[in-house]
Design a protein around this ligand. Sequence first.
Ligand code: TRP
Length: 345
Amino acid sequence: MAEKIPKSDRFEHLGNIVLTGDRPSGRLHIGHYAGSIQKRLEFQDQYDHNFIMIADMQALTDHAAGGEAVSQSVMQLAIDYLAVGLDPEKSTIFIQSLVPELTELTVLYMNFVSLARLKRNPTVKNEMQQKGFGETVPIGFLNYPVSQAADITAFMANLVPVGNDQLPMIEQTNEIVRSINYTYQAEVLRECEAIVSKTGRLPGTDGAAKMSKTVGNCIYLSDDEKTVKEKVMGMFTDPGHLRVEDPGKVEGNPVFTYLKAFDPDQDLVQEMADHYRRGGLGDVKVKRHLLEVMQDLLTPIRTRRAEYEKEQDQILAMLKENSAKASAIAHKTLTQLKQVMSLDY
Ligand code: TRP
């Protein structure tokens, strides 16, 4: 029977280290903003060590042939990051494939994970179904939670701001950490904790549970003013709210969900919600208010975005420089692990 290693303060001196990542698969939308960007902005001011990874290797795990689209998305994602206010002075923004130590760690971790365990990961299971993967699933795809464990542990990150769907990845990461630490009776890797935003997952403009590029129910951070207006004014509301006088439903009404996520004046939102429930508050009025809130949020992002679009050379240089820094840190972890695994020649 595996004995538990008593919890120690071996990593305490490192302080809090934050790591998150996104697959570069297109532009960021307001669901990303509510789900994890807000937290990242908070954390970069609160903690000394923040890492934000553009997961290009992971993006290839379900469409290896789409490398060109992935690499184009890398720049768009970096521009989105900068435009929302993630600051490369405070957050190390880097590209996964430029940190080869992550791949080496992944291969070492693979020895501690069974096929059955990979197939049991609920998020992977879901995605496999959605994508119609059966036994022909690429091994890289099935294995991406292991590579995610490498991404997190390489930097000794203990805080990982993610959406709900990523909780199984964190669980698997900690299993790998415990298994390796136990096997070598050395606390070489650090456990981590998921930080899930209170807002939870933002519904689509059509009221569907999830924003999805393919469905086309997202508001992108890069949408122009006119597009935002069309999308907000065309949003799904309570289908039972036919006349202004009718009582309306706030729950499951995405217009109110967005107001709760983004309006700085939550007292006003509460007032509007009460009024809507009683009846007498029209959908157009609520949407107009939401439009104002969204434009206030998105206009400065849009303006900065346009500036950064012109600075792609500098951005690429920044990404490369930060990736080199990330690589040096990951190298330390890899060296320590190889030592305990007797791979120190
Ligand atoms: N799986 C994440 C996504 O789909 C991206 C990711 C890769 C990640 N490695 C990570 C997130 C490590 C948090 C920590 O967006």
